[in-house]
Design a protein. Sequence first.
Length: 97
Amino acid sequence: MLTGTQTRYLRGLAHHLTPIFQIGKGGISENMLDQIGLALEARELIKLSLLKNSEWTVKEAAEEIARSTKAEIVQTIGKTITIYRKSVDHKTIVLPR
């Protein structure tokens, strides 16, 4: 569980990131979750975007992705989701206490 200070820090780091995954009409598949998990392992902090034709709400999609990948939701703004998961092998982000 992230503290408020850690969440603010991660939001600052994520500000310049662009979404690397798009959730559209096809929804969230197992393959997509696998790819998100690999991206989280490599980057720790990623953004995803929800397309207009998606049947998911932003909240539902964020919760499903976070639960399935064991990640933390940093924030949702509009149709953009930011998630974080501490990497095992490629740890680059040092969170404040």
